[in-house]
Structure formats: structure tokens, C-alpha cells
Write a protein that binds this ligand. Structure first.
Ligand code: B12
Ligand code: SF4
Length: 459
């Protein structure tokens, strides 16, 4: 069967992100005998016209539409992408069966299938479920309940089993070079899953809480292909946590070094699992920037948010990065349960002390079904069971609900290394567009160091 793979992600901030999820599906679908074409709406002048043209020419038997993001998870300044996705689905509807999937879709699959108007949805990993679904459609079989599949009108679904052998994405149909030019990098996944239990986080819901590691040899081969075939010189590892388990991260870094690949890279890091040996191994392997999912500088808030590390880990891991000369950013999430002006100040103080290259601050925490924060918000009456949450609702603790944005704005403006996307501090669409013209490789926040040090003495 002809299958059209559509990436519906139009977001170009902080930079256009290669549709790695869809490229993971291309291999298994081609192996099942389907003929594939891809259409990336990020670079289409008019997405709906581009879809109509592709349907007329390629005449697919099914459309596979990937929904990476449903909104920008930013408060204030929230932006929903759902109208655009709905338009893309409508451009196919009635002409060809449409299967929806992707991380954004999987967060609220039943509601989204109904709202967006597709025929089928796949929840979570599509590598094994999607070929099964398309085989059944191609054979004209009536669909019994397939694990991982939501069908139009159904109110529930049976969860699928996690993929045991994570393969290698097939990028041949996709615009690797365009993303390299416009986004500056490629992306790569070394494992799936997160065993931790931060109260607001969807990653364990999306990828499962059991770690599944890819064979190191497969990762090296994929990196080599990116560098030698596609001319990539910067990679972002999209793992939920790159440095967990630490032994695997170290083994991988040693293998990257041994492979002598001319490539630099960045990744999400947990402050709890960094040792001098690991950071050295990372740097030798080409790492030049890390992003810590720190969330708070307050010991009380770290506990409330369910973090697996404490303030001492934040201090120690920051010191290791500074001494090793690797750029590092801390992500701070303000407004969680129990946040007060006092705990907000503690986060500013700790960041002043550990002097990261950049601090990325979010005000308010988006509430997603299935998380502990969702249950807490229900108990507190912040949301009700009737709320669909397709349009984002943000949790902001009662203690700072009225003042959070003002306090964070005042304090962040005093510091040169703070970025607060929701408050447009050191980050706006126009600024990102301008920054892209600088010769920076890797995350744009690395440019913050050119702005010089903070204007305040540590609080
Ligand atoms: C790494 C990451 C980033 C990195 C990306 C770096 C890079 N160069 O790639 C950075 C930090 C830049 C980033 C930015 C953003 N991100 Co982000 N990111 C992630 C993360 C952790 C992994 C994404 C990934 O690559 N996964 C690996 C691939 C292989 O998995 P996948 O895409 O999910 O695909 C699988 C399945 O979903 C499925 N599938 C995919 N498509 C389809 C289609 C069909 C039809 C089917 C059947 C199946 C299917 O099969 C695939 C293989 O199993 C996810 C959280 C997570 N754990 O998923 C958030 C996540 C995707 N990000 C999210 C968001 C919101 C953003 C931003 C908008 C945030 C912001 N305001 O800046 C931006 C958008 C950037 C952009 N231009 O699109 C949200 C999206 C949810 C939402 N509310 O919309 C997520 C889910 C995190 C969350 N909050 O829960 N992100
Ligand atoms: S915030 Fe990080 S460590 Fe915590 S559950 Fe999410 S991915 Fe895991």
C-alpha cells in the first residue's frame, strides 16, 4: 500500500526539530512492503495545499500523521498548535484513512482523536503497532481491539507492550540536511524510558518507566551515518536522561571517542548521576553543553516535585561542569505545589551561586492526565474531571498565584543568564530568529555567556 507520512509540527522555536519519531516508523513500514513518501509541513508554504497535492499525486492508501507537540507548554504566552493539526487532518479526511500518533497525540489520545477528526490513533511507540494496524487496513480486515490503537468513537484503548528491540531510524525520506542547516543539528535516541517519578512529568507515561537501552554498536553506526553521509556536526541526544544509568552513558561515551567521529553534542542530564569520570568521558566524546532538569533550588520544592536528587547534587554537578569547561543550563519550574515567594528566592540564590551558562525558567506547570500533579490539582479544585486539558491549564501554587510572574520578571531581569520564555525575558520569536544568524553550534542558550556575567551579586 502507498503510505504518506506527514509531520504536522510547524514549530520552529527554539529551532526546527527533525521528526525523528516518524523516521523510526519508516523502516518497519518499508520492511512490511509499503511504499512510502514523506511530507514535512514545517517547510510547506501552505500545509493544506501541500497535503492536497501529495494526495492527488501519490494516491496513498493511508496517511500516517505525526503530532509531536500540541502546545508550547509556556505560561503566560501559551500557544496551541491544535488548529493547525486539525486543518491538516481535515485536508485528508474523507479521501483516505488517517492514522494519528506521536508524543503530543499520546498525551490525550481519546480526546485528541475525537477533536482532530482522524480515523485511528496509536498511543505511544508506533514501531510495532502501526505496521500491524496498516496490515489489517490493507487486508480490509475488520479491526478487533488492537493493543495501542484508538478507533474513532471509542472511549478507551488497550495499552500496547513496550518495544523490546529499539531499532535505528530510517532518515532517507526526510529532510536531514534542511534541519541541519536551519536547526544546526540532528537528533538521536540511545534509550527509552524513565524510572523516576517527578509529579508533573509525562515522559514515563510516553516512554514507560522501564529503561530500554539500544545496543552501543547501533548507536555508533547511526552517529557515523549522520556524520559521514549527512554531514552532521552536532547531535542532540533526545533521551529523557542521558546520564542514567551512568554506566551505560560512560560505555557509550568511550565508544564515541574510540570511533573518532567529528561531532559535538548536547543532552538532558540529571544532576544526581554525574561523576568526574563521567563528565570527562562525555567531554572527550564531544559533549559541549548539558541541560539539567533541575526544577528548583529549594530543598522543600525538590521533595514536593518528587525529584530524585537534592540541592547538594545541583551544587556538585554544576561545579563539575564549570571546572571541566562545559556549558550548562539549569531548567527551573516555578509554581509547583507548596511554592512560596521564599522558595522562589531560594532558586534564584542557588542559581546565583552555581553560575550556570543559562537558566531557563518556566512559570506554571502544565497539568497532564495520568500524572500525580493532575490528581493533586483535582483534589485542590484547580481542575475538574470535566476539563479536557487540550487547551493547557497550568498549576501555580496558591502561595504565589498572584505574584509569581512579577517576582520572576523582576529577579530574572536583574540577571543576564536568565531566560524566561513565557515572560519573553531573553527569549522571543524575534530574538530567536536573530540569534540563529550567530555562528553557534548546539543549543542557543550557549550564547548567553557572550552577554557577560550577572549584573547582581549573589543574593
Ligand atoms: C528531546 C525533546 C526536546 C528537545 C528536542 C531536541 C532535538 N534536536 O530533537 C528540545 C529541548 C529542543 C525540545 C523542544 C520542544 N519541545 Co520537546 N521533547 C523532547 C522529548 C524529551 C523527546 C522527543 C523525542 O525526540 N523522542 C524520541 C522519538 C523517537 O519519539 P517520538 O517522537 O515520541 O516518536 C515515537 C512515538 O511517539 C510514535 N510516533 C511518532 N509519530 C507518530 C505518528 C503515528 C501516526 C504513529 C502511529 C506513531 C507515531 O512512534 C515513535 C517511535 O516509537 C519529548 C518528551 C518525550 N519523552 O517524548 C519532549 C516533548 C515532545 N516536547 C514537548 C514540547 C512542548 C516542546 C516545545 C514546544 C517546548 C518549547 N516551548 O520550546 C519545543 C518544540 C520544539 C520544536 N521545534 O518542535 C512536549 C510535547 C507535548 C505538548 N504539550 O505539546 C513533550 C512531549 C514533553 C512534554 N511536555 O510532555 N524538546
Ligand atoms: S523530570 Fe526527568 S527524571 Fe523526572 S520523571 Fe521526567 S524525565 Fe524522569
Amino acid at each position: 500500500m502507498n503510505i504518506l507520512l506527514i509531520s504536522a509540527n510547524l514549530e520552529r522555536n527554539p529551532y526546527p526539530v527533525f521528526p525523528i519519531g516518524l523516521s523510526y516508523l519508516a523502516g518497519p513500514l518499508a520492511a512490511a512492503g509499503h511504499r512510502l513518501e514523506s511530507l514535512d509541513l514545517c517547510f510547506a508554504d501552505n500545509p493544506e495545499t501541500a497535503i492536497a497535492e501529495a494526495l492527488d499525486r501519490f494516491k496513498p492508501g493511508a496517511v500516517v500523521l505525526s503530532i509531536r507537540n500540541i502546545d508550547n507548554v509556556t505560561y503566560p504566552g501559551s500557544r496551541s498548535y491544535l488548529d493547525g493539526v486539525r486543518g491538516a487532518v481535515a485536508a485528508c479526511a474523507g479521501r483516505v484513512p488517517v492514522v494519528l500518533g506521536g508524543s503530543g497525540f499520546s498525551l490525550m489520545p481519546v480526546q485528541l482523536l475525537s477533536y482532530l477528526g482522524g480515523d485511528y490513533g496509536v498511543v505511544g511507540e508506533g514501531d510495532e503497532v502501526l505496521p500491524r494496524l496498516l496490515d489489517a487496513l490493507a487486508a480490509g480486515e475488520s479491526l478487533g481491539p488492537l493493543p495501542g490503537v484508538v478507533t474513532k468513537g471509542s472511549a478507551d484503548f488497550i495499552p500496547s507492550r513496550p518495544v523490546e528491540h529499539i531499532g535505528t531510524p530510517d532518515r532517507r525520506l526526510f529532510l536531514v540536511d534542511r534541519y541541519r542547516r536551519e536547526g544546526g543539528m540532528a537528533n538521536l535516541q540511545t534509550k527509552r524510558g524513565c524510572p523516576f517519578t517527578c509529579i508533573y512529568c509525562t515522559y514515563p507515561i510516553l516512554e514507560g518507566n522501564r529503561l530500554r537501552l539500544r545496543p552501543v554498536a547501533d548507536i555508533i553506526a547511526e552517529m557515523r551515518e549522520l556524520v559521514e553521509v549527512y554531514g552532521v556536526d552536532y547531535i542532540y541526544f533526545v533521551d529523557d536522561i542521558f546520564n542514567y544509568p551512568p554506566a551505560f552513558a560512560e560505555e557509550l561515551c568511550r565508544a564515541i571517542t574510540a570511533a573518532r567521529l567529528k561531532v559535538n553534542w548536547a543532552a538532558f542530564i540529571n544532576p544526581g548521576f554525574i561523576t568526574p569520570t563521567l563528565i570527562q568521558a562525555m567531554i572527550e566524546a564531544g559533549c559541549d553543553a548539558v541541560e539539567f532538569g533541575t526544577d528548583s533550588g529549594s530543598p522543600f520544592m525538590l521533595k514536593e516535585l518528587g525529584k530524585s536528587f537534592g540541592v547538594e547534587d545541583i551544587r556538585a554537578s554544576s561545579r563539575l561542569c564549570r571546572e571541566a569547561g562545559v556549558d550548562f543550563a539549569h531548567y527551573i519550574l516555578f509554581g509547583g505545589p507548596g511554592e512560596t515567594e521564599g522558595t522562589v528566592v531560594q532558586s534564584f540564590c542557588l542559581m546565583d551561586e552555581v553560575e550556570p551558562t543559562a537558566v531557563i525558567a518556566m512559570t506554571g506547570i502544565r497539568i497532564y492526565p495520568g500524572t500525580a500533579l493532575f490528581r493533586r490539582a483535582l483534589e485542590e479544585g484547580v481542575i475538574s474531571l470535566e476539563d479536557r486539558l487540550l487547551e493547557p491549564v497550568f498549576y501555580i501554587s496558591a502561595g504565589v498565584r498572584e505574584t509569581l510572574c512579577t517576582v520572576v520578571t523582576e529577579q530574572a531581569l536583574l540577571r543576564k543568564n536568565w531566560v524566561a520564555p513565557g515572560l519573553e525575558i531573553n527569549m522571543s520569536d524575534a530574538m530567536l530568529e536573530a540569534l540563529r544568524h550567530f555562528p553557534v553550534r548546539g543549543p542557543l542558550w550557549k550564547l548567553m555567556k557572550r552577554l557577560g556575567r550577572s549584573r547582581v551579586k549573589p543574593m
